[in-house]
Design a protein around this ligand. Sequence first.
Ligand code: SF4
Length: 442
Amino acid sequence: MSPTDPPRVERGPVALVKIADDIFSAVARALELCEGFQHLPAGARVLVKPNLVGLPTKMETPPYGVVTSTLVLEGLIRALKDAGAGQITVGDGGLVNQDAGLATDLTMDILGYPALAQRYDLTLADLNQGPFRQVETGGLKLKIAEPALEQDFVISLPTLKTHNQTRVSLSLKNMKGCLHVRSKAACHDAEGRLSHHVALQALALYPDLALIDGLYSLALGPAHTGRAQRSDLLIAARDALDADLVGAAVLGADLPEVEHLAEVARALGRELTAPPTVGGPLVEDVRLDLDWDWPWLDPYTPAAFKKYNVKGFILPKYDHTLCTGCSFIYNPLMIMGIAACAAHDPGGVEVLTGKAMAPTGQAKATVLLGNCMIKSRRGDQRIQQEVLVKGCPPRLKDLEQGLQKAGMKADLNTYWSFASKMGQHYSEDHGFRPSDFQPLEQ
Ligand code: SF4
């Protein structure tokens, strides 16, 4: 494909299937209904790209709706084998964070991928390791992991989730995991053109088949800080835009507000409407209407501050320039800040994140979080006391020390204690089954 060519899109039926008891049969049915393997060459080398954004090994984070469930992946692999696929690679490039014990291979271990690889003769690939090839798409230069470019057939296998920056994260955005970490960060540029860049990335990395794993869905995504529910749905289509339009509609999105899907539809000369589905339920029957955006009371005050009576902490809302690396430490920042400032008013500490925020000129101390913000605002005349928290992303210990230097009684242990309880509200009585995230027992 040359940089300006739109992808060749092979549209077909769109399956929307309710999972009853047997996950494997439901996956097989969805793939059959959407005629998913109609263009799968015999013996094809296949890349399956699940969503492995990450499960930190240093805390008990729930996987529900955050990462692809292992049983849906196993169902897809069985179906691929039955359809005559050749070598199958399962790969993603998830978040890396040393403090939290986050890396793609560690997440694969938690999800039982090594056993799956042995059972089905799979190749497992951490796409963060490359090698990479540079591709230009609409003027944007991206480094893409070669396994995503060199296979005969690529399948996107995301979860059914909302996203606090792009409204939804489905099969097209899922392919962003195939980028080099610096290309991922570059999508979150200082001008806030994240959705535009995701659309360009999607056009460069258009999969041959999309299977959206809605065994669980996630509000306030994309990470483990969101709220999951069991949904028992699968959406499958040969055309990823079709699958995502149905997925976005099920999540309750007004389609024009999903800017990257709107832009991909325009690029392909298509209507921005969810196509009809086959398989059983209608979109209206299973619509979830999930919250996706964390509320702020005003531009500087998260709604949670009122609940915990937080005083003296100025926290502008994260914007589209904040990339996933720093997004991950936003929750530790909130938890440490809330715990510290509910007990003791530090007298006006602001924390600036991403690449574009400006100091308010009202703060006693200003924490510049991350190398991007330091580059953007270091030495700004509106800052009284400047505290730099370096790193890309910064280490949690450095964040704790930076908050302390600014006058907050921040303690990283408050975050670890919070994080250790994150999974507590997900019980088997409410349909949350850890076994969905392991290969089928034999
Ligand atoms: S400093 Fe933070 S926002 Fe900037 S590229 Fe690094 S992780 Fe992303």
